[in-house]
Every structure is written in C-alpha cells, then in structure tokens.
Design a protein around this ligand. Structure first.
Ligand code: MG
Length: 225
C-alpha cells in the first residue's frame, strides 16, 4: 500500500489529463465536430491546481477567459493498457474541477495549428474541489454538474451525456501514457461555457454532494500559488 494521501491528490499527483469535446451539446455550441472514434486529449501541469481560498487567475495575455465545469476522476493506482471492463477498479474517487480556458488564445492556437498549452495549461487553470471518495458516488454516470457566475446559473449538465464514458477514457488514455496514482482525468464540459470578468464570483457544484467558490482576479499566473 501507499503512503500517499489520495484525499490531497493535488499536492502530489503528477499529471492532469483532460478530455475535450466530450459532451455533444458543448461541441455544438463551439461549432466543432463531434469526435468520431477517439477522444481529444490535452494536458495541464500540476501547477494548474488551485484550491478554494486562492484567487482564480485571469491570465494577463488573454481578454476572454471561459469557465468549463467538469467531473474529475482521481486514479487510485497506476497502470498501462488498463482494460475497459476493469477500469473502475483504478478509480479512487472524484473531484469537481474547472478547466479554465483562455478562449481567445485557444482560437488563435487553432488558427495557427498550435497546441492549446497557452490557452489551457497556465498556472491556476485547474481549480479543484475537495476529494470525493469513490464510495460516496455509487454511479458516476448519474451526477449533475452546475456552475453559477454571480449567482446566475450558466452550466448545468448530466454526466450521463458524456460521449466517451469514464471506463473507456481510462482504457484509452492508459494506452497512450502510463496512468499513475494521484493522476486526475478531466472528463469534459457540458454546454453553457461563457466568459468571466475580473471580480466575478464563480460557484460550482456536483448535485448537493459539494460546491466550491472562486473569485476572478487579474494577475500573473504565479499569483495562483
Ligand atoms: Mg474542458
């Protein structure tokens, strides 16, 4: 067994693997094509983690920062080529996450054919809730994710709407890169993504399991730590 404390995975987990375009209604609102066959993957570094009580940083090089509320899956153990049928045995728990996205920079990257790193992997780009042990979530396909900006509901989606479900994502990702204990998989966002402004208060939750609050602050990414 391990000495690592999964309930504080953001302090030692080594990677954040993100899935793009995993809810059809979000794909439609972005004017993108629904992926056929394989999920779209990108990474955030561990320095992207930010916890409630710290500001949510609006990167200085962007004018259009979007929220994307997502279910995070925390790995309890490592593995490569994890079989889909057994993949849920690798799950230690869940967390509510925001995939903060500099949408203007992402569009520029797409135009230039560049990766999304500047748009999605800046420090503080992954606000994360408390850890939710697996035992508290009998079925991760039956969760409602929601996000409010200044008290107004902007996103509300159900995890049953994921195009690629969690066991497939674990199987697919572990065929590309070794998954390790404490790694986090962001499973994509439902519709309703929108721009935030400096001073906005974001509140997000999973059903009534938990919620978290962040206030947007302009600043260098280093202010997230
Ligand atoms: Mg996302």
């Amino acid at each position: 067994m391990t000495a690592n404390n999964l309930s504080r995975f953001w302090e030692w987990g080594r990677k954040i693997v993100c899935v793009g375009r995993n809810y059809a209604d979000h794909v439609k609102e972005m004017g993108s094509l629904v992926p056929s066959g394989e999920p779209l993957l990108f990474l955030k570094p561990p320095s992207a983690y930010v916890r409630e009580g710290s500001p949510l940083i609006f990167p200085p090089y962007s004018q259009n920062l979007h929220h994307e509320v997502e279910l995070g899956v925390v790995l309890a153990k490592g593995g490569s080529d994890i079989p889909q049928a057994a993949a849920m045995d690798w799950v230690g728990g869940y967390a509510l996450c925001l995939d903060m996205t500099a949408r203007d920079i992402q569009e520029e990257c797409q135009r230039k054919g560049h990766p999304w790193t500047l748009a999605k992997a800046f420090d503080g780009s992954c606000p994360v809730s408390d850890f939710i042990p697996k035992e508290r979530v009998p079925d991760p396909r039956r969760l409602t994710l929601w996000l409010k900006v200044n008290g107004q509901l902007r996103q509300q989606g159900h995890t049953s709407q994921m195009i690629f479900p969690i066991p497939f994502l674990i199987h697919y990702i572990s065929g590309v890169m070794k998954l390790e204990e404490g790694d986090l998989i962001l499973t994509g966002t439902p519709a309703g993504v929108s721009a935030v402004q400096v001073g906005d208060e974001l509140q997000a939750g999973i059903d009534d399991l938990l919620s978290m609050k962040f206030t947007v602050q302009r600043g260098p990414a280093s202010a997230a730590h």
